[in-house]
Design a protein around this ligand. Structure first.
Ligand SMILES: [Zn+2]
Length: 65
């Protein structure tokens, strides 16, 4: 079973198991509002800059050896 151990502010959930996985907060982008899309984008930008993202990448690597 995949464990989604990270949740971004927008609601996207990431797993470092099995090469990394994503459960998106928006399933149908064409039905999402601009605000929702923007919130998701911002949450990712913030995460990519954080130390937690580096940690996540390391975990993805370690979990796949
Ligand atoms: Zn999101």
């Amino acid at each position: 079973m995949r464990i989604y151990d990270r949740t971004l502010k927008c609601g996207c959930m990431y797993s470092s198991d099995g090469g990394g996985g994503l459960m998106p907060c928006i399933y149908l982008p064409e039905e999402a509002t601009q605000e929702e899309l923007k919130a998701c984008e911002d949450a990712h930008k913030e995460w990519y800059k954080s130390d937690d993202y580096k940690q996540y990448q390391e975990e993805c690597y370690e979990n796949n050896i």
